[in-house]
Every structure is written in structure tokens, then in C-alpha cells.
Design a protein around this ligand. Structure first.
Ligand code: PLP
Length: 458
């Protein structure tokens, strides 16, 4: 079978995600036969650099031997078992290790990222209800935030293209100013810094909560990088300020690290970069002891994508003792009666455990720090290109906006990059790189060269 056969058969039977199928007539999907590290290989042996980690899920490349071995081993034991009324080593060990990494001691599992968002929203509301505050039903999110596309998650998402069509089906939620530092450029005279923008955005959240905290259950946000907004980046001070406001107004903070967790922004979790809060605030209410900074910021932490290294669908919501205790009761209905069939799937948990082992064995965070500095150097030519605006970088994410991008720019750029052996998927006029952590200097140089070549042409 060749590329063309799979494209033709897929055209008849397959409906692709996030796609106007009619557009695939002109730009068919890439048939992928195999993967090798950061490379995708088609049915005719051509190779493409996976510069977006297969939609931000992959960490250590495709067909990673250690993750493969863990899965093969798990297959000989138990592939799946119901998690209501059963338990197993992979899910217990994973929960313990995530608790140790975050200071959030209670792990509830879902399958996809969107299901983690649903879990966090429902859990927050139900927690307040159990605490005698059933009127706290509202949710606040950031302008241009993205939290998934099931109805509850879409309600707190603020991406018009995904949301407007379904507006009549959605819960009403409120959006506050994004701390996206690109807004500092709006008023060039003011000399406003990224930190100033973070303070201005926090003031907007404060004004909202001052008026509506009584009916608000939670604020949900993507720490440091708003991915689907086009890799909008912001100053970590915003996280500290938002946390202080959530304490002051008695509102939960849901940190959606589905995209940025597992080292993407340089630290294991993006929340760790929040500067310490002003004195007076209690330590994170999670695991106790030397609870990490994550528990100082988040009441709920949503994880998915990189959790399994891009192998299997698994998501997790981690939360505090305080939230957990609010559900602990003789009455069944005060418990969190939420479930997904594949909750805590043993194979997926084993993949996640293998991922955590690799972080330790390979010193991934330290190595990425060196790698990222080197890659930023390699990308200097791109950053200095006359069409490039707002070149930005956080950990293993790089992004920039293209001046004068015509309509259809993203699709066209994708197609032309593919012809040169690079798989990219710009968002609007924003080109970004989010490569697997195993990418090398030669591969980054290829990415830079292809990008510059494409920017030079129309
Ligand atoms: C991808 C993503 C989601 C949704 O995850 P799915 O697995 O696609 O449902 C939610 N929040 C953020 C920040 C994401 O990047």
C-alpha cells in the first residue's frame, strides 16, 4: 500500500478532527507509516520532522524504546480493569509520584484533556456545594484561553472559531483580560513591561471577582503559555497574583497544564515558576511537608498530553486534601460520582511511569535547559527576519507572528513546509515550534532554514 491508497480509503471512511473535510481535497493528510524519534515516515519512506510533537503530546520522540518496553511488559499483566472497585500498581504508583511532584495528594483520572477540564469544573462546583455554598456555580477564564471542546470545556474556552457555532449549547462563563505580554506593545509610549501587563490583567480579574466572587466557583487558566491562542506567553507573576486573589475572594484556581506540563516551559510544571507569594499565605494545602510550588498556586491541576509521552490517552486532575475532605462523607451523593470507562487504564499509567523514569534517568529538565539555549541561538536568523514579530520562547516552545500574513497563511505554510520535510501547523499568523525533547541541533537548523526560506517567499 502506498500513500495514495491510504489517502483515498481515508477520504471515503474517515472524518478528521478540527478539519473542514472539503479542504483536504486540495491538501490531503500525511499518511504516517512509522515514527522514529522526532521523525515521521510515510509509506514511501519519506521523512518529516515532527516539529509540533504530534499536537503537543510527544515528549521523547516516537517509538521510544523504554516506553515501548514498559507497555509490552504491562500487556503481559493486565491491559485494563475497571477502576471503580478495583485498583492496580500502575495507577497507585503514578498517583504517588504525581503527588510527590506537585504537592497535590489526590489524583482523579480521565481519558482526554477535555475530560480533565470537565472533572475539574464539576469537582470545584461540587466541593463548594458540599461546603454549603451551592450558589457558587460560575467560572472565569482568560481571554483566548483554551481548555478543550466538550460542552463544559468549550464553555470556558475562548477561541471564537471553535466556540461561536456552539454558543447556544454552552454555559455562560466570564472571560477576563489575558496577561499576554504582546499587549504591552499596544501603547508603545508607556514603556509597559510584561510584568506590568500581568499586573493590569490581575487588576481586571480582581475587579471581576470583587463583583462576582459570591457566585463564582473557580478561575481556570493555562499557566504561562496560552497554547491554542497562538502560544501567547505571559509573566509568571500573574500566577502569584491570581492565586492571592483566589484566596482573598474564596474561589478555586484550576491550573490547566495539559499542554505546558511535563517540562514544556522549562520546569516540570509551569506553576513552579510563579514567584513566591507575599508573606502570610498558608503553604499549599496539598501533600504537606515540602509541597512543591504547584500546590501553592493550584487547587486543581489538569494534566494530559505529555503525561504518557504521547503514547496513550490519559488525563488526570490532582487536588488538595481540603477539596478531597469536602467529599468524604457517609452520604453517597456527596461523593464525586463521575467516571469514564478507561479511567486509570493500566497501559496508559505504565507509559506515564516510564515517562517519569526517563525524566529522572536522563536529567531531562537540565538537558533541556542547555538544549533550549542552543536552539534559541540557532533560531536567531528567524527572530531577526523582517516579517517576524514578537519572537518568543519558553522552555521547549518557540513562536512568532508573521507580519502581513494573507488569509489561508497557516494552511499554506503547513503545506509548503511539508514539501520540505517539516511538519508544522501554524495557528492563524503565528508559527510555533514545539519539538519532542530528543530533537537535535541539526534538526533545529533544518527547521530554521525551512522557515526562513518560506518567509522569504511571499
Ligand atoms: C489540548 C488541550 C486541552 C484538551 O485536551 P484534549 O485531549 O484535546 O481534549 C485542554 N487544555 C489545554 C490547555 C490544551 O492544550
Amino acid at each position: 500500500m502506498h500513500n495514495e491508497d491510504w489517502i483515498a480509503r481515508g477520504r471515503a471512511a474517515l472524518w478528521h478532527p478540527c478539519t473542514q473535510m472539503k479542504q483536504l481535497e486540495a491538501a490531503p493528510p500525511l499518511p504516517v507509516a512509522r515514527g522514529e524519534g522526532p521523525w515521521l515516515i510515510d509509506y514511501e519512506g519519506r521523512r518529516y520532522l515532527d516539529a509540533i510533537s504530534s499536537w503537543w503530546v510527544n515528549l521523547f520522540g516516537h517509538a521510544e524504546p523504554r516506553i515501548n518496553a514498559a507497555l509490552v511488559d504491562q500487556l503481559t499483566r493486565i491491559e485494563h480493569v475497571i477502576l471503580a472497585g478495583c485498583t492496580h500498581a500502575p495507577v497507585v504508583e503514578l498517583s504517588e509520584r504525581l503527588a510527590a511532584l506537585t504537592g497535590l495528594g489526590h489524583a482523579f483520572y480521565g481519558s482526554d484533556g477535555a475530560s480533565a477540564t470537565e472533572i475539574a469544573l464539576k469537582m470545584s462546583f461540587h466541593c463548594w456545594k458540599n461546603l454549603g455554598r451551592p450558589e457558587k456555580t460560575g467560572f472565569v477564564s482568560l481571554a483566548h484561553g483554551y481548555h478543550g471542546e466538550t460542552l463544559g470545556a468549550l464553555s470556558v474556552t475562548d477561541v471564537a472559531l471553535f466556540k461561536d457555532t456552539y454558543a447556544p449549547l454552552l454555559r455562560h462563563t466570564r472571560q477576563v483580560m489575558s496577561p499576554d505580554w504582546r499587549q504591552a506593545g499596544v501603547d508603545q509610549q508607556s514603556g509597559e513591561t510584561a510584568e506590568d501587563v500581568a499586573r493590569r490583567a490581575a487588576a481586571d480579574l480582581e475587579a471581576h471577582l470583587a463583583a462576582h466572587a459570591g457566585t463564582t466557583a473557580a478561575v481556570i487558566l493555562e499557566p504561562l503559555v496560552q497554547g491554542a491562542a497562538g502560544m501567547a506567553m505571559y509573566h509568571p507573576l500573574y500566577l502569584t497574583l491570581a492565586r492571592e486573589l483566589c484566596d482573598r475572594f474564596e474561589v478555586h484556581l484550576i491550573a490547566d497544564e495539559i499542554a505546558v506540563g511535563f517540562g514544556r516551559t522549562g520546569t516540570m510544571f509551569a506553576c513552579e515558576q510563579a514567584p513566591p507569594p507575599s508573606p502570610g499565605r498558608e503553604k499549599g494545602a496539598g501533600g504537606g511537608g515540602d509541597a512543591s510550588r504547584v500546590a501553592d498556586i493550584a487547587d486543581f491541576l489538569c494534566l494530559s498530553k505529555g503525561l504518557t509521552g504521547g503514547y496513550l490517552p490519559l488525563s488526570c486532575v490532582l487536588t488538595t486534601d481540603r477539596v478531597y475532605q469536602a467529599f468524604w462523607d457517609d452520604e453517597t451523593a456527596r461523593g464525586f460520582l463521575h467516571s469514564h470507562s478507561y479511567t486509570g487504564n493500566p497501559l496508559a499509567c505504565r507509559a506515564a511511569l516510564a515517562v517519569l523514569d526517563i525524566f529522572e534517568q536522563d536529567g531531562v529538565l537540565a538537558a533541556n535547559c542547555i538544549r533550549a539555549a542552543r536552539f534559541t541561538d540557532i533560531l536567531q536568523g528567524v527572530a531577526a527576519h523582517p516579517r517576524v514579530r514578537h519572537f518568543r520562547h519558553a522552555g521547549m516552545i518557540w513562536a512568532f507572528d508573521v507580519a502581513g500574513a494573507p488569509p489561508g497563511f497557516a494552511r499554506d505554510f503547513h503545506r509548503r513546509a511539508l514539501a520540505r520535510g517539516v511538519f508544522l501547523r501554524p495557528i492563524g499568523a503565528t508559527v510555533y515550534y514545539m519539538p519532542p525533547y530528543v530533537v537535535g541541533e541539526e534538526e533545529m537548523a533544518l527547521l530554521a532554514a525551512v522557515t526562513q526560506e518560506l518567509l522569504d517567499q511571499a
